[in-house]
Design a protein around this ligand. Structure first.
Ligand code: ATP
Ligand code: ZN
Ligand code: MG
Length: 312
């Protein structure tokens, strides 16, 4: 029996993870602490992703970049995120008042009133997807080389979607490979990862299937964007049952943006044409959760083949 959960038998996956100390409750749905065991699984999976990326004939070596989980507010605005996903965005505000304002704030806090009225926007927003930070940086470098470019990113991301489903967190990490180039170059990259990703996940002994998907574009005008994304096959997801068998969870995603970011940021290829982009995203917490779900909470008891794929 688990010492922490001695008197209450945990029922949901989230309760089991918390009672075994794998995730740590903070009192907010979707914001958890991670134990050493959980982090080790993520580190080993990230290593597997790196190794898988380097496989195959003449793999392109990615340029590795890591950013903190916040980004330039103006870049965020220009990316169009508020047009498509206003419901998910997290913006950072700070107190910018004087002594009088501070006094008012403390008084409101004391009276349990809303004290946030004087919070003003900073130049910073929370990163919603690892690749959003990258496009303006690549654009600033000037035209791409003839073979385009490939980046390896990882970032904590924020999305305001609190849930009791442990696989739907508010802050989670996304590892991404982002490819820039000609349409053919970026399509080939995405197709290769659709295959590689499936082989890689099968080594981890989890049931996967790939399906066409769409992003949760907001509102009435969003419906058209969702249909368009599906009709053109721009987003695929690799799904694994975690919280539910009927509604498996997207653990990897494969996105072709066509010239969307190229046009937004003025990304130019070696021939002076607008560059196309694609990204492959690995939801690191979701993959770890899928492993705990399918192989149990004791990593030492995971199947040998899975342990070998991760720990060598
Ligand atoms: P979903 O359809 O489940 O909301 P998504 O389509 O929003 O997923 P993407 O925007 O493609 O996901 O994000 C890339 C990856 O990040 C996903 O494949 C997933 O593994 C992970 N991810 C997305 N949202 C969350 C979340 N709330 N908590 C944990 N991981 C997430
Ligand atoms: Zn991306
Ligand atoms: Mg989502």
């Amino acid at each position: 029996m688990c010492v922490v959960c001695a008197d209450v038998e945990p029922t949901t996956l989230l309760e089991q993870l918390i009672s075994h100390g794998i995730l740590i409750d903070t009192g907010i749905d979707g914001i958890y602490g991670r134990s050493g065991v959980f982090e080790d699984v993520i580190a080993r999976f990230e290593d597997l992703v790196t190794r898988t990326g380097a496989e195959g004939a003449n793999p392109m070596a990615p340029e590795v970049m890591r950013f903190p989980p916040a980004m330039n507010r103006f870049h965020f605005e220009r990316s169009g995120y508020m047009k498509s996903f206003p419901q998910l965005a997290g913006t950072i505000h700070s107190f910018m008042g004087d002594d009088r304002g501070h006094f008012d704030l403390l008084e409101k806090l004391q009276n349990n009133e809303d004290w946030t009225g004087q919070q003003k926007t900073t130049g910073v927003v929370l990163t919603p997807a690892a690749c959003y930070t990258l496009y303006p940086i690549v654009a600033k470098r000037g035209p791409l080389k003839s073979d385009g470019a490939l980046f390896d990113l990882q970032s904590y991301c924020f999305r305001h979607e609190p849930s009791k489903d442990p696989a739907r967190m508010q802050m989670f990490r996304m590892r991404e490979f982002v490819r820039f180039g000609k349409p053919k170059q970026v399509q080939t990259f995405r197709a290769a990862w659709l295959e590689k990703g499936e082989v890689m996940m099968k080594k981890l002994g989890v049931p996967v299937h790939v399906d066409l998907a769409n992003d949760p574009f907001f509102g009435r005008s969003g419906r058209m964007l969702k249909n368009n994304q599906r009709d053109q096959g721009l987003k695929f997801e690799m799904l694994i049952p975690i919280e539910s068998e009927e509604k498996p969870t997207a653990c990897l995603s494969f996105n072709y943006h066509q010239d969307h970011f190229g046009t937004t940021w003025g990304l130019i290829d070696a021939d002076g044409e607008t560059a196309h982009t694609a990204c492959v995203g690995f939801g690191l917490e979701r993959v770890a959760l899928a492993l705990f779900k399918h192989h149990g909470l004791d990593v030492d008891a995971w199947p040998k083949s899975v342990r070998k794929a991760l720990w060598g």
